[in-house]
Design a binder for this molecule. Structure first.
Ligand code: PEP
Ligand code: MG
Length: 885
C-alpha cells in the first residue's frame, strides 16, 4: 500500500491518469485523464480504492494521513474555484461520488450539493442571484444526504413534499416557490431529527466525511453485491471516492445537463448520439422522470423537443469537438456526461461506452477502417459472450404481428414471454421455467435481479440512457424503453395500450428491441446470418486463432448450420437420437429383447441402412471436413417402454407375452443408469451393436469416396472408457469391421479410432489408453459429473444455492472447473502425449462453447473445441482472444 491516498485534478493538471483505474476507479482515472488533455473538468480529487480496502479491513476507519490529505486537496480546489468550503458569502459546494475499477451504473451512492447549510445557502443565493434555485438545491441535498448517509426512509420526505404541494394547491415541483422550499428544508430537518433522533449536520466538514463514509459503505450494499456477482467483479477491488466541485445545470435556461455516446450504442453507427435536458440536474436525465431532448438534428424524430444543436449551438459545437478529441485519445467509443452552467460547458465523466453486440462489432470494424485501431484490437474489443445476442433468432419479418405500442429500441433482439410487473415476481416465475417480460414504469437498481431473470424489459418512461436501457444492453437483453404508448397500473397488475387494449399479468407479449415495437402474443423468429461487419470481424478472428472449432451435430441440418457458423468439422455426432426415430425404435427394441445373437443381428440389419443414410447425409454436408462419430452411449433401459400400455403393444408386435416383456424390462432396470450399463459397456456386452454402427459409418464413407470422389477420414469414437483393456477389445473389433468394408468396396479410406475421456480413471491412465487411441475427446459433461460425484441431471436443484452462497464460483457444468476437472484434462493431455506424441486432442462437452473454458483449452494445448452450432462463433472468438492475450 502506498502512502498517498488522494489524487488531485483541475486546471489542466492531474496527479492521476487513465492507466490508474485500479487505484482511482474508472471515473477518477478518466476525470484525471480528461483534465490532463485539456478538457473543461470541474476541479476535484479522488480518494483511492486502497482506502476502501483499508476501511473494510480496519473496522470502518481510515488511514491516519487521510484527513490531512483531503484537507490539503480541498484547499487546492478552493483556490482554483475561488470559493471556500463552508464560507457564508462565497461557499464551495461539492459532489461526492463512487467510482469502481469496473463501471457499476447506479449501484453505489452519490451525494450532490454538499456543503449547504442555513448560512451557506445565503452565499449561493448571492452567487446565483436565484433564491428559488438555492433552496431547491438545498432541499435536494437534505433529501439525498438523509437517505444515503443517515438512513432516513426517503418516502417520508417525499410524502412531505407531496403534502406541501397539496397545501399550496399546485401539482408540479416547479410550481413551488423559494419560500416553499425554504419551509420544506426546515420541515425535513425536523422530521429527520424526530425519526432518527439526531440532527441533520450543519458543519460542511462533518457532511463531507459522512458522505465519504457512505460511499465507501455502499460498496457492500445488496445491489452492489448482486451486480458484482452477475458481472464477476471481485469484492476486494473496492471503490474510489470522487469529490468534485459542483457545477449546476439547473440555474436557468442557459443551463443544461446531458449524457451522450460518441457513436450510437445500439447500432454502432458513427454519429454523435445523446440526450439532454435544459435547466436540470444530472440525475434527471438518467432517472427517466422527464423525457429528454435529442442532442442533435441527426437523431431528431418528428415530435421530439428541440435539439441541443439548435438551442445551445455554441456549446454543442464545443461538445462535438470534444467528442473527436475523446475518440482519438481513448481509441474507443465513449459514454460521456456533461453539464452546462450559464452557457459554459463542463465534462463530468467519460468512460468506454457499453454497447450492444451489433454495435460492438460495427464500432470495432469501423474504427479499424478509420485507422484508429488495428485488427488485433478490433477482435479484442468484442467479448465472446456478447455474440450470443447476435446468434439468437430475431423476429421473422414475414410473420404477422399485432403491434400494440411502440417505444424506444433500447437494446436489440426479440423476446416473447408472459407479462410480470415486479422484479421479485420475475425472479420467482423464472425459477419455474417461465419466459417473462418485465414491465415497469421505469426500472431502478433494485430491479436488477428481475431484469436478469426476464427475457425482455419494457418500460413506460425513460430514454435510451435510462437505467433500463443501459442495464439491459449490458446484460444483452432485449429492451423497449420510454414506451409512452402504455399506461402501467401496478395495483391492477395490468397495462393499457394506446388503442385501449388491456394486457394483464400472465398475458403473452413480444418485444422487438431493434424497432421498439411491442406486440400481442408470440411472434415467430428467424435465424441470424453471418454477413457484413460480423463476417469481416470473424475473418480477422480466424486469422488469429490456433485452436480449431468444431460443432456437436447429429443431423445433416445441424451440420449445415454448423458449417454456416464456421465449424471446421464435427467433434461429436451422437448416434443415439438416430435410434429413437419412430421407424427405428421398434427394431431397436426388438434387438434389445432378442434372446440370442441371431435375433439381435436380424433386428440390427433393419437399422443398418438407415444409419448409413444418416452418415452419408452428414458426410455430404461436411464436404470432407473431419467428422467424429460416437458409437451408442445411453443406457439400454432408455430405449424400453415404461408405460403399461406401451409394454402391451410392444409385446403384441414381438409375439411375446406381456408378462415376459415386463420381466425383461424389470431385469434391465437400473438404479443409477448414468453409472450403469451404457457406453462402451454396451459395446462389449452386445458387440454386434457397435459392429453394425462401424459398418454403417465405413460403408457411407466408402460409397462417397468411390462414387462421389469425396475425401473422408471418419473418426470413430468409443464412449465411457475406464480401462485400456476395454478400448483394446473394441478397437480390434472396429478395425476388423472397417477392413472388411474397405476390402469389399475396394477403395482406400483412412480412419481413426479414438475415445472419449469422460471418467477420472481414463484421465488418470491416459498414457495406457493412448496406446490404443488415435485421439482423445474430453467428454467434460460426464467428467464433471464423475469427478464431482454430482448427477448432471439432478444437480440443477441445488447447484444454484452453491453458486449464490459462494460454495462454487460458477456452475461447473457451464464453465469448466479448471482447478479440479481441468487438472484431470491437463494431466490426461500430458500422459496421452507421453505415449503417443501426435495424439489429436479435443473437447466435446458443453464447455466447448463457454469462453473461459475455451481459453483454458487453448492453454492446455488442445487441437480443437467442439460445441453446439450456435456457439461456434463464440468459441472462434474466444479462441482468438486466447491466442492474443
Ligand atoms: C460428455 O459427457 O461430455 C459428452 C459430450 O457426452 P454426453 O453429453 O453425450 O454424455
Ligand atoms: Mg458423456
Amino acid at each position: 500500500m502506498s502512502s498517498k491516498y488522494v489524487y488531485f485534478f483541475g486546471n489542466g493538471k492531474a496527479e492521476g491518469a487513465a492507466t490508474m483505474k485500479n487505484l482511482l476507479g474508472g471515473k477518477g482515472a478518466n476525470l484525471a485523464e480528461m483534465t490532463s488533455i485539456g478538457l473543461p473538468v470541474p476541479p476535484g480529487f479522488t480518494i483511492s480504492t486502497e482506502v476502501c480496502t483499508y476501511y473494510y479491513a480496519h473496522g470502518d476507519s481510515y488511514p491516519q494521513s487521510l484527513k490531512s490529505e483531503v484537507a490539503a486537496h480541498l484547499a487546492e480546489v478552493e483556490k482554483l474555484m475561488e470559493r471556500t468550503f463552508g464560507d457564508p458569502k462565497n461557499p464551495l459546494l461539492v459532489s461526492v461520488r463512487s467510482g469502481a475499477r469496473a463501471s457499476m451504473p447506479g449501484m453505489m451512492d452519490t451525494i450532490l450539493n454538499l456543503g449547504l447549510n442555513d448560512t451557506t445557502v445565503q452565499g449561493i443565493i448571492a452567487q446565483s442571484g436565484d433564491e428559488r434555485f438555492a433552496y431547491d438545491a438545498y432541499r435536494r441535498f437534505v433529501q439525498m444526504y438523509s437517505d444515503v448517509v443517515m438512513g432516513m426512509d426517503k418516502h417520508i420526505l417525499e410524502h412531505q413534499l407531496e403534502m406541501k404541494k397539496e397545501q399550496k394547491g399546485v401539482h408540479l415541483d416547479t410550481d413551488l416557490t423559494a419560500a416553499d422550499w425554504k419551509e420544506l428544508v426546515a420541515e425535513f430537518k425536523k422530521s429527520i431529527s424526530e425519526h432518527l433522533g439526531q440532527q441533520f449536520p450543519e458543519d460542511p466538514h462533518e457532511q463531507l466525511w459522512g458522505a465519504i463514509g457512505a460511499v465507501f459503505g455502499s460498496w457492500m450494499n445488496q445491489r452492489a453485491i448482486t451486480y458484482r456477482r452477475l458481472n464477476n467483479i471481485p469484492a476486494d477491488w473496492g471503490t474510489a471516492v470522487n469529490v468534485q466541485s459542483m457545477v449546476f445545470g439547473n440555474m436557468g435556461d442557459d443551463c443544461a445537463t446531458g449524457v451522450a455516446f460518441t457513436r450510437d450504442p445500439s447500432t454502432g453507427e458513427n454519429y454523435f448520439y445523446g440526450e439532454y435536458l435544459v435547466n436540470a440536474q444530472g440525475e434527471d436525465v438518467v432517472a427517466g422522470i422527464r423525457t429528454p431532448q435529442p442532442l442533435n438534428n441527426h437523431q431528431k424524430k418528428p415530435g421530439d423537443l428541440p435539439s441541443m444543436e439548435d438551442v445551445l449551438p455554441e456549446c454543442y459545437g464545443q461538445l462535438a469537438a470534444i467528442r473527436t478529441v475523446l475518440e482519438k485519445h481513448y481509441q474507443d467509443m465513449q459514454d460521456i456526461e456533461f453539464t452546462i452552467e450559464k452557457g459554459k460547458l463542463f465534462m463530468l465523466q467519460t468512460r468506454n461506452g457499453k454497447r450492444t453486440a451489433p454495435a460492438a462489432i460495427k464500432v470495432a470494424v469501423d474504427m479499424e477502417k478509420e485507422g484508429l485501431i488495428d485488427k488485433r484490437t478490433a477482435v479484442l474489443r468484442v467479448a465472446p459472450s456478447q455474440l450470443d445476442q447476435l446468434l439468437h433468432p430475431s423476429l421473422d419479418p414475414k410473420a404477422p404481428k399485432k403491434v400494440i405500442a411502440k417505444g424506444l429500441p433500447a437494446s436489440p433482439g426479440a423476446a416473447s414471454g408472459v407479462v410480470v410487473f415486479t422484479a421479485d415476481e420475475a425472479e420467482a416465475e423464472a425459477k419455474m421455467g417461465k419466459r417473462l417480460i418485465l414491465v415497469r414504469i421505469e426500472t431502478s437498481p433494485e430491479d436488477i435481479h428481475g431484469m436478469h431473470a426476464a427475457q425482455g424489459i419494457l418500460t413506460a418512461r425513460g430514454g435510451m440512457t435510462s437505467h433500463a436501457a443501459v442495464v439491459a444492453r449490458g446484460m444483452g437483453k432485449c429492451c423497449v424503453a420510454g414506451c409512452g404508448d402504455i399506461k402501467v397500473d401496478y395495483k391492477a397488475e395490468q397495462f393499457t395500450a394506446r388503442n385501449g387494449q388491456v394486457i394483464k399479468k400472465g398475458d403473452v407479449i413480444t418485444l422487438d428491441g431493434s424497432t421498439g415495437e411491442v406486440m400481442l402474443g408470440e411472434v415467430p423468429t428467424v435465424s441470424p446470418k453471418m454477413t457484413g461487419d460480423f463476417g469481416t470481424l470473424m475473418g480477422w478472428v480466424d486469422s488469429f486463432r490456433r485452436l480449431k472449432v468444431r460443432a456437436n451435430a447429429d443431423t445433416p441440418h445441424d451440420s449445415r448450420v454448423a458449417r454456416e457458423f464456421g465449424a471446421e468439422g464435427i467433434g461429436l455426432c451422437r448416434t443415439e437420437h438416430m435410434f429413437f426415430d419412430a421407424e427405428r425404435i421398434a427394431a431397436v427394441r426388438e434387438m434389445i429383447l432378442s434372446e440370442d445373437l441371431e435375433g439381435r443381428q436380424t433386428a440390427l440389419a433393419k437399422i443398418l441402412p438407415m444409419q448409413k443414410g444418416d452418415f452419408i447425409g452428414i458426410f455430404r454436408e461436411m464436404k470432407g471436413l473431419p467428422v467424429t462419430i460416437r458409437l451408442l452411449d445411453p443406457p439400454l433401459h432408455e430405449f424400453l417402454p415404461q408405460e403399461e400400455k406401451d409394454i402391451e403393444s410392444l409385446a403384441k408386435s414381438l409375439h411375446v407375452s406381456t408378462q415376459q416383456l415386463r420381466h425383461k424390462v424389470e431385469f434391465l432396470h437400473e438404479f443409477n443408469p448414468m453409472l450403469g450399463h451404457r457406453g462402451c459397456r454396451l459395446g462389449l456386452t452386445y458387440p454386434e451393436i457397435y459392429d453394425m454402427q462401424v459398418q454403417a459409418i465405413m460403408e457411407a464413407a466408402c460409397e462417397l469416396v468411390k462414387n462421389e470422389g469425396y475425401s473422408i477420414i471418419p473418426e470413430i469414437m468409443i464412449p465411457l472408457i475406464a480401462t485400456v483393456s476395454e478400448l483394446k477389445t473394441l478397437r480390434a473389433n472396429s478395425i476388423r469391421v472397417c477392413e472388411e468394408v474397405i476390402a469389399r468396396y475396394g477403395v482406400k479410406v483412412d480412419y481413426l479410432i479414438g475415445t472419449m475421456i469422460e471418467l477420472p480413471r481414463a484421465a488418470l491412465t491416459a498414457d495406457e489408453i493412448a496406446t490404443e487411441a488415435d485421439f482423445f475427446s474430453f467428454g467434460t459433461n460426464d467428467l464433471t459429473q464423475t469427478t464431482f460425484g454430482l448427477s448432471r441431471d439432478d444437480a440443477g436443484k441445488f447447484l444454484p444455492f452453491y453458486v449464490e452462497n459462494g460454495l462454487l464460483p460458477e456452475d461447473p457444468f457451464i464453465s469448466l472447473d479448471q482447478n479440479g476437472v481441468g487438472k484431470l484434462v491437463r494431466m490426461a493431455c500430458e500422459l496421452g502425449r507421453s505415449t503417443r506424441a501426435g495424439i489429436k486432442l479435443g473437447i466435446c462437452g458443453e464447455h466447448g462453447g463457454d469462453p473461459a473454458s475455451v481459453i483454458f483449452c487453448h492453454n492446455v494445448g488442445l487441437d480443437y473445441v467442439s460445441c453446439s452450432p450456435f456457439r461456434v462463433p463464440i468459441a472462434r472468438l474466444a479462441a482468438a482472444h486466447a491466442a492474443l492475450c
